[in-house]
Design a protein around this ligand. Structure first.
Ligand SMILES: [Zn+2]
Length: 305
C-alpha cells in the first residue's frame, strides 16, 4: 500500500480523539485513549468488524465498546463532545466492576478543580484487565501421560521481544522447559499459543525484565501474527494495531506517566497523542523511531483480521 493510500485511510476513517481536559469533567484519560481511538478507527473502516468479533453475550466491556463505536457513525464526528461521551462510558464500565474501583484513581480527585474525575492509571488496569476475556491466549502442554490447557493471557509469558519466535513456531513457554513429575518427559508447548474463538485482540508487553531485552525499532515488530484457534484448529491472523508508549515525568511527583501510541494504518506508522493536535494523527518521518524521543515502549497490541 502506498503512503497516499494510508493517508486517505486516515482522512476517511480516523476520528480525532482528544484527551479529557478538566473542562470536560473527566481528565487523565490517556491510558485508555489509544485503545478507544483505535477501535473507533476499526469500526469506521469496517462497520461490520465488531458485529463479527464481539461474541461474549454477557460482557459489559464488550457491550460498552458497541455503544462507543456506535457514536461514531457520522462522517465528521464532533471530536470533543464524542470523546467526552466515550470517556464517561468507559469510566462507568470500569466502576461497575467493584474489584477494579480501588485499582485506579478514577473516582473523586481532580488535580485542581473540584468534581473533575481523574482517570490517571495504566492501560493494564483500564483496558487489559477488564477485557481479559476478549484476549485469551493459552498454551497446550503435553507430555507422555497427559495434555493440559494453560492460560497465558493473565501472565506476561510472551514478551513482544519474542513475538518473532512465536511467529516462527520456535517459542518455548516457561513450562516447556520443565519435566512432568509423573512421566519424566519434557512438556511440549508446540511452540505456539492458541487463541479462543472470542479472542479479538492480543497484547504483548514490551521489555522483558529478566533478559533486559527491549524492542526498540518499529521494524522489529511483526505486522501479522498467525495463531491457531483452540477447538477449531483454524489459523487466525492478527494485525498490529498500535504500540503504546509511556512518558515519565522526571521532575513531577506523579505516579503514572503520560501514554501515547504509534498506530499502523495501511503501511505507515502514525503517532497519536490525545493532548496534541486535538487527537489527530501525525505521520512518522521516514525512519523516525518514537522510542528515541524520551519515552518507553510498553505494549504491542494486535487485532484479529
Ligand atoms: Zn507426564
Amino acid at each position: 500500500m502506498s503512503p497516499t493510500v494510508s493517508f486517505n485511510l486516515i482522512r476517511e476513517y480516523w476520528a480525532p480523539f482528544p484527551w479529557g481536559t478538566e473542562a470536560s469533567g473527566i481528565t487523565n484519560t490517556c491510558n485508555f485513549d489509544s485503545f478507544l481511538a483505535h477501535i473507533i478507527f476499526l469500526h469506521r473502516h469496517d462497520p461490520t468488524y465488531f458485529a463479527r468479533v464481539l461474541n461474549h453475550v454477557n460482557s459489559v466491556p464488550e457491550h460498552t465498546i458497541r455503544r462507543i463505536v456506535a457514536l461514531y457513525s457520522a462522517r465528521v464526528p464532533n471530536a470533543v463532545y464524542l470523546s467526552t461521551q466515550s470517556h464517561f462510558m468507559w469510566r462507568s464500565m470500569l466502576m461497575l466492576d467493584t474489584s477494579q474501583q480501588a485499582r485506579f484513581l478514577g473516582t473523586q480527585r481532580g488535580s485542581g478543580r473540584a468534581g473533575v474525575i481523574n482517570m490517571a492509571s495504566t492501560m493494564d488496569v483500564t483496558v487489559f484487565q477488564p477485557l481479559s476475556d476478549s484476549s485469551l491466549l493459552w498454551f497446550v502442554h503435553s507430555c507422555s501421560c497427559r495434555e493440559s490447557v494453560d492460560p497465558a493471557s493473565r501472565f506476561p509469558l510472551v514478551y513482544a521481544e519474542e513475538i518473532q519466535k512465536v511467529v516462527d513456531g520456535v517459542f518455548d513457554s516457561d513450562k516447556s522447559k520443565k519435566k512432568c513429575k509423573q512421566c519424566q518427559t519434557t512438556f511440549n508447548s508446540r511452540h505456539r499459543p492458541f487463541v479462543a474463538q472470542t479472542t479479538w485482540f492480543i497484547h504483548f508487553p514490551i521489555g522483558n525484565p529478566q533478559t533486559f531485552s527491549h524492542l526498540t525499532l518499529l521494524s522489529d515488530i511483526p505486522e501479522i501474527i498467525t495463531l491457531p484457534e483452540l477447538r477449531t484448529g483454524n489459523e487466525i491472523d492478527f494485525q498490529l494495531g498500535f504500540i503504546s508508549y509511556t512518558h515519565y515525568h522526571a521532575n513531577l511527583r506523579v505516579p503514572y506517566g503520560h501514554t501515547t501510541s504509534v498506530h499502523l494504518i495501511g503501511r505507515n506508522f502514525y503517532e497519536y497523542d490525545g493532548m496534541e493536535r486535538g487527537g489527530d494523527l501525525r505521520p512518522l518521518e521516514e525512519g523516525e523511531e518514537p522510542h528515541a524521543a524520551g519515552r518507553e515502549a510498553r505494549y504491542a497490541v494486535y487485532f484479529r483480521l
